[in-house]
Design a protein around this ligand. Sequence first.
Ligand code: SF4
Length: 377
Amino acid sequence: MPAKRNATRAVKIGNITIGDHNPIAVQSMCATPTTDIAATLQQLKSLENAGADIIRIAADNKRDAAALVQLRDETDAVISVDLQENYRLAEILAPHVDKIRYNPGHLYHHERKKPWKEKVEFLVDVATKYDCAMRIGVNGGSTDPEKASLYDKDDAITPMVESALEHSYWLDELGYERYCVSLKESDPTKTVEAYLRFAEARPEIPLHLGVTEAGIPPMGIEKTRIAFEQLIGKGIGDTIRVSLTLPYDRKHEEIAAGRQILDDISAGRVRTVVHFNEDKLNLISCPSCSRVENEAFIDLAHQVQKRTAWAEEHAITIAVMGCRVNGPGETDDADLGLWCGPNYVNLKRQGEKVGAFKYDEILDKLDSELRVLVAAK
Ligand code: SF4
């Protein structure tokens, strides 16, 4: 049986409460373009029907914000807005949502001359005024560059933990306690370490668990399960998301996967071998969001899985990302990285750009690069 959960503080998000021994909330995120109101509403409803406790929607610009305001009128779901780099959209959206997620790494890029503390103060002011909860969402692929520059470049975890701690202390100083924290990495082992270190330093803060870019089922579910078993088994975790690369009409499977993992942990159905197999091919792919510029990305990620299956026994990491904004950074540590634009897919080999290829060319190019890497091993 898992350990008794940590006594984190209660955080109210709309009509649900996480922390303080409340049931672990299961959440997901709409992957459709937010401005496509019909498609986003359909996905939102399907996530709601699947039993999502919280549904996140991204807003990158004022058009997204206007669409989200319209969507709010169509649903009673508990909605979290994912602020990308434009943190000022919070002012428009806070009256219409239950929670605001910001990424300290993304906050860095907008209005660079402004100190980050002022930006967070702005977010706290609007969240307080409009009765919103918040999440400090730190991500291994987009850690605050200033924080990352202070540590060894091979150390992905310390900058994540330090960034989350620094933001938590600042929220506390501002007198705002209605927040949770996430520290997601695409590697389940690193994810576990980041959460353990943060939970040791700040055991009272509720945690949103997730393995970022876990990829395609079943591997994406397995990676996530490995991390959740170790964390929830130690009493850590108040809300979860399983991030899977799935077509729009299957996005709701993230909720079923999350509930199944929670059920298995609670029934003691956990594995004894907990390390992700690092001696095999590792495919990382993002769960997609409204930033995807070509829906073909999702199909491409699934094609990459099939096309590279021959190399299963080789310890090579391939990352497939859905956009040009986060793709370049999130593929930095992969042996082969792909990120998708509207018409071209960019390919990187061990950090060096190889070129941009059409969607119908990229699989052949990837395959030949993979064969070179395998032959060199
Ligand atoms: S890589 Fe881009 S498309 Fe994929 S989830 Fe991240 S922001 Fe969204």
